[in-house]
Write a protein of this length. Structure first.
Length: 373
């Protein structure tokens, strides 16, 4: 089963923490970019593995794209014919209207992932989000009214000015609206972002480690008490509502990424990286008729590191048999040897042919992965 990812690199404004590839330049012709994606899909048609199980429109802000342009992509990529199980569009609350929600539904999207980040207005303002908490709640109601029964809400903890109490407030609101899926990430200060610069100038202070730990523990407790399954370090879902598309990134399923800055993976050794530059991407596929970007062929070491890193993020853990099939028996031995100390101290658990993090180890996953690798 494969996936298709479509990158829509447009944003109305930049959020202070974000380092995803997107542009806020209003003079970029969106229709030309859509044409470029369709041209790229044609050039790479033989890379689309059938059957396609998931489609994901991410960004940037896909909901900024006028519905007629999204429809042009859906029709041009023949997404309706794929009859895939999960078709997700990422949206921002301020773009959600009854008309747009109905149009997305009509086009075949059956899942919406909404970047809310916080249900506290001061926190939203502090990182330059364009919406209020009230707008986010309204957007959820609008999506429900349009018939979406599979919603994902993104939150961030460790935000500037956030306290454990205000994080509890955001969590309470998020859980009270019962999204089928909840993603919660710890704020990271990425080089080059506005937030990074604010911290450099001493205008922002990073949340302390004990505070972040308390917030994460609260997140785990509140979500699991509310019936959510904690299936990946940062992801929670009601039973049966795991994100199929994101799960495919963690379990090594092939996917084709279309658009500027998109990545692809053939499920084995080859990654393809499109230029994070709209003009270069359009020039390659529209004017030169060439596949844009570069291939990166992974060596065994890189693949091993990826399999360990991605596998240990999930509750399913690393499948030792699969690791052996892909890399050979010596890598299985190497992994078990590297894991021995943490199997002994209880941070890692082994069940049959799976190796996974214990609940208490989730926040220390980086350290454990480093130790193993
Ligand atoms: S967080 Fe989303 S909306 Fe904000 S700048 Fe990044 S991609 Fe754009």
């Amino acid at each position: 089963m494969a996936g298709i990812y479509v990158h829509i690199p447009f944003c109305k404004s930049r959020c202070a923490y974000c380092d995803f590839y997107s542009t806020t330049l209003g003079n970029v012709a969106m229709w030309r970019y859509v044409d470029a994606i369709l041209a790229e899909a044609q050039l790479r048609a033989d890379e689309i593995e059938q059957p396609v199980e998931t489609v994901y429109f991410g960004g940037g802000t896909p909901s900024m794209l006028p519905p007629e342009l999204i429809e042009r992509l859906v029709a041009g990529l023949r997404l309706r014919d794929l009859d895939c199980r999960e078709m997700t569009i990422e949206v921002n609350p301020d773009d959600v209207t009854a008309e747009r929600a109905a149009a997305w539904r009509e086009m075949g999207f059956n899942r919406v992932s909404m970047g809310v980040q916080s249900f506290v207005d001061e926190e939203l303002r502090a990182v330059g989000r364009r919406h209020t908490a009230h707008q986010a709640r309204q957007a959820i109601d609008t999506l429900r009214s349009a018939g979406f029964d599979n919603l994902s809400v993104d939150l961030i903890f460790g935000l500037p000015g956030q306290t454990v109490k205000s994080w509890q407030t955001s969590l309470n609101v998020a859980l009270s609206v019962r999204p089928e899926h909840l993603s919660a990430y710890c704020l990271s200060y990425e080089p080059g972002t506005a937030l990074w610069q604010q911290r450099e100038r001493g205008e922002e202070v990073e949340a302390t480690e004990p505070m972040v730990e308390e917030m994460y523990n609260l997140l785990r407790r509140a979500s699991t008490d509310a019936g959510y399954e904690h299936y990946e370090i940062s992801n929670f879902a009601l039973p049966g509502r795991y994100s199929r598309h994101n799960s495919s990134y963690w379990d090594g399923t092939p996917y084709l990424g279309l658009g500027a800055g998109a990545h692809s993976f053939d499920g084995l050794w080859r990654r393809h990286i499109n230029p994070a530059d709209i003009a270069a991407f359009e020039r390659d596929v529209l004017e030169r008729g060439e596949v844009s970007g570069e291939d990166d062929v992974l060596g065994k070491e890189e693949r091993y590191e990826e399999m360990v890193m991605l596998g240990l993020r999930t509750v399913a853990g690393i499948d030792l048999n699969r690791l052996e099939r892909v890399l050979g028996a010596d890598y299985r031995q190497r992994l078990l040897a590297g894991a021995a100390a943490h199997l002994a101290d209880g941070l890692l658990l082994r069940a049959g042919d799976c190796l996974r993090l214990s609940a208490t180890a989730l926040l220390r996953s980086d350290m454990i992965i480093r130790d193993i690798i």
